[in-house]
Design a protein around this ligand. Sequence first.
Ligand SMILES: Cc1cc2nc3c(=O)[nH]c(=O)nc-3n(C[C@H](O)[C@H](O)[C@H](O)COP(=O)(O)OP(=O)(O)OC[C@H]3O[C@@H](n4cnc5c(N)ncnc54)[C@H](O)[C@@H]3O)c2cc1C
Length: 456
Amino acid sequence: MVVILGAGLAGLSAAHHLAEADCVVLEREAHVGGLCRSFREQGFTFDHTGHLMHLRDPEVRAWVEQLLPDGWAQLQRSAWIHSHGALTPYPFQANTAGLPLEVRLECLMGFVESLATRSERAPTVPDAQVVDPRWPFLKVAPPPAADEPTFHDWILRTFGAGFARHFFEPYNTKLWRRDLREVTGDWVSWSIPRPELGDVLRGALTVNEKPFGYNPEFLYPRAGGIDHLPRALADSLAPGVVRTNCEVVALNASAREVQLADGSSERGELILSSLPLHTLARLTSDLPDDLRAELGALDAISIRAINLGVRGAPTSDAQWIYVPDHAHPFHRVGLPAALTPAMAPDGHHSLVAEIAFHASDDPGLDAHRQATHDSLRALDLLTSDHEVVLEHSVDIPTAYVVFDAARRRLLPRLLRFFLEHDVVPMGRYGSWDYLAMEDSLLHGREAARRILQERS
Ligand SMILES: Cc1cc2nc3c(=O)[nH]c(=O)nc-3n(C[C@H](O)[C@H](O)[C@H](O)COP(=O)(O)OP(=O)(O)OC[C@H]3O[C@@H](n4cnc5c(N)ncnc54)[C@H](O)[C@@H]3O)c2cc1C
């Protein structure tokens, strides 16, 4: 039997692709979905936080599309950035028209200078490498060489000093909660659009219609709430495959045996784990002492979402707005009703303020709430015409894994330890990576296919 830990998208996908093979999914919570979940109250629906589906793999697209009976809405991105008192379209680097002239000039000058020196200081962030050819979806870049550009260097080399000062540095220090010289650049290749000079110039003069980045179009459940996806996925599995309220409290990797909170245990010929890797490692009784001593190297950023249900019409038709200015506590505000009207009752809309914090610097919910209300008013997203009728908050303790040198030194050793014992970490936090929903589904699929291939 294959024992799958966690009923998020990676775990459910693995169970689906194992099809008739004997498997069980053990999930701590009372419901499936993991991070891909939604909260509903008084006619409002909030995800943890906005979850938009962008798909590259045709097979995953066909599978995911047929799973939802009410279907998916295909949406064009409407994402904006609030800075220097103006709202400009995402991405900042291709859309500075509307910003003060001095800001635009500084960005353009810096970008042109960065182009002049780019060839002699070519960014040399190495590609991630497969840790074990048996499980090719697990990849980590080698430990950084002394001259490898940090994320801070990468920003300067790629966009120049003006874009760094006016967007990338403030936005990213707000998100990563540290000096960007401590962050490595091995996660940026797919997530940050790199426009050409012509696009940057055009965007400084006029509205840039060109779609940039990985998500100019995306899907979202028409019925409202991303949890429709994992729920449909779980419903498509054979009865009894998914066991909720089953918390894993210990793992013996050598025996491939997990202990559950109710005192029972499960043993597998192979274990697929989507638990956060640092959690899995802490639960592992036979983890070598040297690895255990280094587990603190796997650092993560937490997200606190402050969700507001609001009576009255929104003041913006954006789906979400990035807020780099440190005067405001949040780095992003979502407006879920702009995705589908099903997210809020008639005559209402909702706001989701996303605040990044580190476990060591959390000022507490009350401080974040107060600052959020003040800032939403300062940004005109809450006005005297609005009444907040619902307030709810959610913490995601492990939301963004920190990309740094310590991660790249420890991660391959930790993954190899588990893989040698046929315990296969997968999914966003199992692989300790920056994965979108589709990537997590793909991890589950690839892991299952490898198992079936080896059996045949
Ligand atoms: C703020 C934020 C916004 C995001 N937005 C997007 C987006 O717009 N689009 C997109 O594509 N992706 C987005 N993502 C990424 C997406 O959420 C993930 O890629 C995906 O949901 C991860 O699925 P998973 O199965 O790998 O992990 P998880 O969802 O974390 O699943 C792991 C499961 O393990 C369970 N578990 C944990 N401990 C135990 C235990 N001890 N015993 C048993 N079970 C346990 C958990 O309850 C959970 O169900 C976002 C992520 C974050 C943090």
